[in-house]
Design a binder for this molecule. Structure first.
Ligand SMILES: [Zn+2]
Length: 77
């Protein structure tokens, strides 16, 4: 795989998609992928809000899935 030192992989704030930035011929901005950058700002703000909620939920799920000593010991299989 060829790596270009100038571009970096970024996660879109609105949809969570990973994209390379800056990419030649792409309109992507620093925080938004090429698709979301075309969205009206109001839409994008809603998408960003939902996206941050999803990220929080994912984090909570991961933490809930992580076995802790007290729980794993108490629950019989
Ligand atoms: Zn996006």
């Amino acid at each position: 795989m060829k790596s270009q030192p100038a571009t970096r992989l970024r996660a879109c704030r609105a949809c969570g998609k990973q994209f390379e930035y800056p990419l030649k011929g792409s309109n992507a901005s620093r925080h938004h992928c090429a698709e979301c950058v075309e969205l009206p700002e109001d839409f994008r703000k809603i998408a960003e809000r939902l996206s941050s909620r999803i990220q929080k939920l994912e984090l909570q799920l991961k933490q809930a899935a992580r076995p802790t000593d007290e729980h794993s010991a108490a629950v019989p299989k």
